[in-house]
Design a binder for this molecule. Structure first.
Ligand code: F6R
Length: 240
C-alpha cells in the first residue's frame, strides 16, 4: 500500500479528484466506486469544479455506491441516494441511470443484493473510493468474526449509528440496518483509494494499514489488495 500525507485537506481533495479525472481521461466509460459520509464531500466539490471547467466529463461513466440505509427511500433527506444527488450527481453530466446505489426500501432485500452483485460483475469497478469508519469498517462491513464477500444486509453497530447520528435529528432516527457491498466486492476493484481525515482516525488507520489482517478491523483486509493508495491528512496520519 502506498500512503500519501497532505498538510491541508484542500490539497488532498484536489489530488483525489484529479485521480478520478485521470481515470476518466484514460477510460471515458470507467466504472467508479463511490462513498458517502463527510470524507468525500470536499473531493466531490473539487470534481464538480473540474467538470464545470470542462476538465472532465461523466457522460459515459458508471458509478456504484458502497451502501444505503435499509428503510430510507432515495427521497429521504438522510438517504445516501439523496446525499449523492446533492453532493455530486445533480452537478455533473453523469446520466442518472448510470448511477447505482443499493436500494434500501425494496420488499425483497436479498434479491436486491443478488442483483447489485450481478451488475457489479458486469461492470467491474476501476477505482473505488473508500472512507474509514472509526471502528475500521469499510462500506458498512462492521468488525466481526467473519465478513461477507458480496452485497448483504448488515446490522449497524451502535458506535456507527452514534457516529452517523450527526446527520439525523436524533439517534433514534438512524436506521439499524444497511445494505452494503461486501469486502469481497470491494477488493475486486482494480484500484482502491482509501481517504482518511482527522485526528480521531489516527489510531484506526494505523491498525488498518500496519496491524494484523483481521476481520475485526475490516479495513485491514485492504492490505491484501495489490493496488491501494491511501491519502491521509497530517492528523489522521500522525501515528503512521
Ligand atoms: C459511506 C461508507 C462508510 C464511511 C465511513 C466514514 O458510504 O461506506 O464506510 O466511509 O463511515 O465516514 P465519514 O467519512 O463520515 O467519517
Amino acid at each position: 500500500m502506498q500512503v500519501k500525507t497532505f498538510d491541508n485537506t484542500m490539497e488532498l481533495d484536489l489530488f483525489a479528484a484529479q485521480l478520478f479525472a485521470d481515470t476518466l481521461k484514460n477510460k471515458p466509460n470507467a466504472t467508479l466506486g463511490l462513498a458517502t459520509g463527510s470524507t468525500p464531500v470536499g473531493i466531490y466539490g473539487k470534481i464538480i469544479e473540474m467538470y464545470k471547467n470542462g476538465a472532465v466529463t461523466f457522460k459515459d461513466a458508471t458509478t456504484f455506491n458502497l451502501d444505503e440505509y435499509v428503510g430510507l427511500s432515495p427521497e429521504h433527506k438522510q438517504s445516501y441516494a439523496h446525499f449523492m444527488n446533492e453532493q455530486l450527481f445533480n452537478h455533473i453530466d453523469l446520466p442518472k441511470h448510470h448511477a447505482h446505489l443499493p436500494k434500501g426500501t425494496v420488499p425483497d432485500l436479498k434479491a436486491e443484493c443478488v442483483e447489485y452483485d450481478r451488475m457489479l460483475s458486469e461492470q467491474p469497478i476501476d477505482i473505488q473510493l473508500l472512507g474509514l469508519g472509526l471502528n475500521g469498517h469499510i462500506g458498512f462491513n462492521e468488525p466481526d468474526q467473519e465478513l461477507q464477500g458480496g452485497t448483504h444486509i448488515v446490522e449497524l453497530e451502535e458506535s456507527t449509528r452514534e457516529a452517523n447520528a450527526r446527520f439525523f435529528d436524533n439517534l433514534e432516527d438512524v436506521p439499524t440496518k444497511a445494505i452494503t457491498m461486501g469486502v469481497g466486492s470491494i477488493l475486486k476493484a482494480d484500484s482502491i483509494l482509501l481517504v482518511v481525515k482527522g485526528a480521531d482516525k489516527a489510531g484506526i488507520v494505523k491498525q488498518a494499514l500496519q496491524g494484523p489482517i483481521t476481520t475485526e478491523v475490516p479495513a485491514s483486509l485492504l492490505q491484501t489488495h495489490k493496488n491501494v493508495l491511501v491519502l491521509v491528512d497530517r492528523e489522521a496520519g500522525r501515528l503512521l
